[in-house]
Design a protein around this ligand. Sequence first.
Ligand code: RFL
Ligand code: PHB
Length: 393
Amino acid sequence: MSHEKTPVVIIGAGPAGLLLSWALRDAGIDSIVVENRSQDYVLARIRAGVLEQGSVEYLTRLGLGERLKAEGLEHDGIYLQYGGERHRINFNDLIGRTVTVYGQQQVVKDLVTAHENAGSTIYYEATDVAVHDLDSAAPSVTFGHGGEKHTVSADFVVGADGFHGICRSAIPAHDITLFDRSYPFAWLGILADVAPSSDELVYALHEDGFAMLSMRSPEVSRLYIQVDPADDIARWSDERIWGALQTRLGVPGWTLTEGPITDKSITPMRSFVASTLSYGTLFLVGDAGHIVPPTGAKGLNSAISDVTQLAEALAAHYRQDDALLARYSETALARQWRVQQFSRWMTDMLHRSPGDLQSDAFDYRSQVGQLDYVTHSPHAQRMLAEQYTGLLL
Ligand code: RFL
Ligand code: PHB
C-alpha cells in the first residue's frame, strides 16, 4: 500500500496529460501522471500529423522545440482538389501564418524523453484507475501498480484520459450534457515507406469520396481515403488501397508514387463536446472533453490549447488567484465550439454522403460549388487560412 500526495494528479499519458505535467513543472508545480497502457503502447500510437503555429510556439516555449524545429516540415499552405483540378491555398501569403507537419507520435516521444530526463513520476500500466471525492477540496486517485495498491491525494485531478477514459463519466449525469454528431463515413489511413508525392497536404473531393495525401517525413507518406464505417480493413488489400488513392487523388500530369504499406487502420468520425470541462476539483483536457472529425487537423491542437489554458489557470491558483480556473471550462469550450464548427465545415465540404441518389447528386454539385468559391474568393481563403493555422483566441 503506497500513499502519495501531489498538487495535481493527471489521468492519461497521451499528448494532453504529458504536456500538462510538463507545463506545470515549468511553472514550479509538481504532478503525478497515471496511465493504464504501457509506455511502448503510448509511444507506438499513430495519430495526428499537423501542428498549428500556436502549438509549435507553445511547445518551443516549453523547451520541446529542438527536434520539432530540425525535423518538422513547415508548410505555407495546403491544396484543395475537386473536379480533377488541384488549387493551392497559401496561408503564409494570405495571413502570414504557417502549419508544421510533425507526427503526434514525435510530440509524445519528445515529451516522454523530457520527462524521463527530468525524473517525473509517471505510472504506466496502472490497473483499476478510479477517482474519488471530486466534489471536495481533497480528491484522490487509486490504482494498482506492480502488484501494489496506490492512493494519490491531490488538490486537483485532471482527466486527460481521452474519449474512452473514466474521468468524464465520473461527473454526475445531471451536471453534464453530451453533444454528439456522428458521420456516415470513416477514414482508412495508411503509412507507406515512400517519399510524399506532393510538397504540401492535398485534401480531395472525388465522386468516389474523400482522399488525402499527408506525410510524416521526406521518406514517409500518410494517406487517407473515405470508407464506410462498417467496412472491414481485411477487405482492403494494399492493391485496392493504392487503386482508390490513384483514382481519387489523380490529376493530369501528376503521379502518386506507391511504396510498401507499413500500417493500415479504419477510424470512425465523430463530433462530440461535453457541456462542461470542470466539476468540483476535476478538470478535463483534450479528447476527454471533446472530439472532432480529423478533416480540420484540430484534435491534437485543441488538446494543446486546453493545456495552455489550464496550466496558466493552475499556476495562477497557486499565486492565490482563482479567476482563470473558475473560467477555464467556459473559455476552453468557447474556443472549442469555433473549432467544432470549422471541423464540421471542412468535413461536410470534402466527403460524399451516401444517401438517396437524387439528393446525393445535388449535394455533390453543391460541394463542388463551395470548393469553387473557397478556391477563388480571397475572403473565403483567408477564412480558411485563419482557422486552419489556428485561432488566436
Ligand atoms: P489520447 O491521445 O487519447 O490520450 C489519452 C490517454 O489516456 C489513457 N487512458 C487512461 N489512463 C489511465 N486510466 C484510464 N482509465 C485511462 N483511459 C485512457 C490512454 O491510454 C491514453 O494514453 O487523448 P489526448 O491526450 O487528449 O490527445 C488527443 C489526440 O490524441 C487527438 O485529438 C488527435 O490524435 C486527433 N487527430 C488529429 N489531431 C490534430 O490536431 N491534427 C491532426 O492532423 C489529427 N489527425 C487525429 C488525426 C486522430 C486520428 N485518430 C486515429 C483518432 C488523425 C487520426 C486518424
Ligand atoms: C495526418 O497527417 O495524419 C493528418 C493531416 C491532416 C489532417 C488529418 C490528419 O486533417
